[in-house]
Design a protein around this ligand. Structure first.
Ligand SMILES: *Cc1c(COP(=O)(O)O)cnc(C)c1O
Length: 376
């Protein structure tokens, strides 16, 4: 029987790309746990007023779902440009289904065979996957022990490898480290100094959570035509379920991405939801200050427990180090608290939730560490 013959050759079926065979899809476990602090979501759901407005907008869009949506999503680009400020106009804005899709499109348009994408580890684990999926060579430099960048070494690596795309999350995931503007400027200049030059993508997925005094790379856009700043509605904006991410860059860069995007990639429903949500931006972003304060308290508390904690400008904290981090992660899960096993060996990452969720996390962690001591 055909099925049996295929079963006896598991590696040959399905006939996948050689380099993808046996790989697991990316993603944190989606478990039904009381306290979910593992994927950096905003713990505060939308208010009744926001729900009602989004529902009305979706109902209106539903009336014409027999038609394809506006392929250029002009109204949404205008609304995003107005939201970002900094004098940006719609031709400088692009959006897709999450900033993950935005970054994949950047690599589809600017990466590819014979080209290099570069970042500095530890960093976001999706970047090497965009590179792999677009046949772009992946080059990774390293961060210092405090997870900052050695600027001279970073520039030398860029000049040496001449990447087409440099991916720089700021604040970085999973460490929470923000980049100083000098770093962005230096790397933009380095990436503009060879032919045909490279893009510097500053991934500001957590930009809204920066501590005061840390500027956004949006301010540098007028100075560097090869700078791209990506943002998302998934984190501070409390809209992870809607899948909306976007970028600000030179109009030529947006036009280049239009060549590779799928037709009508942003559904009419997605556009309607995003537009309605943007009308409520102040309210949706209203808990950001609460989360920043909770973040600073959490970092302080973890340090009081004699743990190492990376300075964080994001809505999470990376802490450690544990001899057996998996045991700590499992101990927390056994107590109904789900965090993330990610980053360098020995470290764990906790997203910032509500005050009640953080209290549950602290209590569970104290118990797990107590137990660890008595096991010794
Ligand atoms: C969460 C996150 C994103 C945003 O992903 P979406 O696809 O917009 O939900 C982008 N970059 C980093 C580093 C992230 O952690």
């Amino acid at each position: 029987m055909t099925a049996n013959r295929l079963a006896s050759e598991p590696s040959a079926w399905p006939p996948m790309r050689e380099e993808l065979r046996g790989l697991q899809p990316y993603g944190a476990p989606q478990l039904d746990v009381a306290v979910q602090l593992n994927v950096n979501e905003n713990p505060y759901g939308p208010s009744h007023a926001v729900v009602a407005d989004v529902a009305t907008a979706v109902a209106e869009a539903t009336g014409s779902l027999n038609r394809y949506p506006d392929r250029e999503f002009v109204e949404l680009r205008e609304a995003l440009a107005a939201y970002l400020g900094h004098g940006l106009v719609s031709a400088q804005v692009w959006a897709a289904n999450g900033s993950n899709e935005v970054m994949l499109q950047i690599l589809q348009a600017f990466g590819g065979p014979g080209r290099v994408a570069l970042s500095f580890a530890p960093t976001y684990s999706m970047y090497p996957e965009y590179a792999r999926d677009t046949n772009t060579e992946w080059v990774v430099g390293h961060r210092e022990s405090d997870f900052s960048l050695d600027l001279d070494a970073a520039r030398d690596l860029v000049l040496d490898r001449k990447p087409s795309v440099v991916l720089l999350p700021s604040p970085n995931n999973p460490t929470g480290t923000a980049l100083p503007p000098e770093a962005v400027t230096m790397l933009c200049e380095a990436a503009a100094s060879y032919q045909p030059g490279g893009l510097v993508v500053v991934d500001e997925a957590y930009g809204e959570f920066r501590r005061s005094g840390t500027p956004s790379a949006l301010e540098l856009l007028p100075r560097h035509r090869n700078l791209v700043v990506t943002r998302t509605m998934s984190k501070a904006f409390a809209l992870a379920g809607a899948r909306v991410g976007y970028l600000a860059a030179a109009p030529e860069i947006c036009d280049a991405i239009r060549v590779v995007r799928l037709p009508y990639h942003l559904s009419a429903v997605t556009q309607a939801v995003a537009l309605a949500a943007l009308r409520h931006a102040p309210e949706l972003l209203g808990q950001v200050d609460v989360l920043r304060a909770e973040r600073d308290k959490t970092v302080g508390w973890l340090r009081e427990q004699a743990l190492l904690v990376a300075d964080s400008d994001a809505n999470f904290a990376l802490f450690g180090t544990f001899e057996d981090r998996h045991a700590v992660w499992q101990g927390l899960l056994d107590r109904g608290v789900l965090i993330r096993e990610v980053g360098p060996d020995g470290w764990l990452r906790v997203s910032i939730g509500t005050a009640e969720e953080m209290a549950a996390f602290k209590q569970a962690l104290m118990q797990v560490m107590e137990e660890g001591k008595s096991d010794e």
